[in-house]
Design a protein around this ligand. Sequence first.
Ligand code: FES
Length: 159
Amino acid sequence: MVETERIREIIAGYPRDRRYALAAMQDMQRTFNYIPEEGLSLLADHLGCSQAQLYSMATFYKALSLTPKGKHIIKICNGTACHIRGSMNLKTGLQRELGIEPGETSEDGLFSVEFVNCLGSCALAPVMLVDGVYHNKLKLEDVPGIVEHYRNEDGEQDA
Ligand code: FES
C-alpha cells in the first residue's frame, strides 16, 4: 500500500533514537495531514519505544493529529470580537455548506472546520482563516462563495 511505503520512507530518514520521535511525527503530519495509526506502530518499532509513549506525545502537541484532517483547514475565530460580530453565523454557514460542526471533517475529505481563539485581527472581525489565508468582515452570505472557491481550486488541479 502506498501509504505504508511512504511511512517507511519517512521513518527510515531518522536515526534509531527517541530524540527524533517528534520530528518524525511532524513529518508524517505534513505528509498525510495526520499521523496514521500504522505510522505510530512502525515508528515505535524503529525507535525501540512503546506506542503509548508516542501516542501521549501526539495528543500533547496541538499541531499533531491522530485523526484524518481535510485538505483545507478552516479556522473560525471565536475570540470575543469575532463572537460579538457574528462568528456563530460563520459556523452556521459552514454547517449548511459542508454538513459538519467545528472539530469535524467533511465526508469528501476536503474540509476540516475548527474553532480557534483570537487570530489577532479583531478590527476586521469576524475572521475566518482558510489554509492560512485571512477572510475578513465576513457575513453568513459570504460563506458559500468561499467554500466554492476552494472546491473549484481542487477541481482545476484535478483536471
Ligand atoms: S477576536 Fe477574532 S481576530 Fe481577535
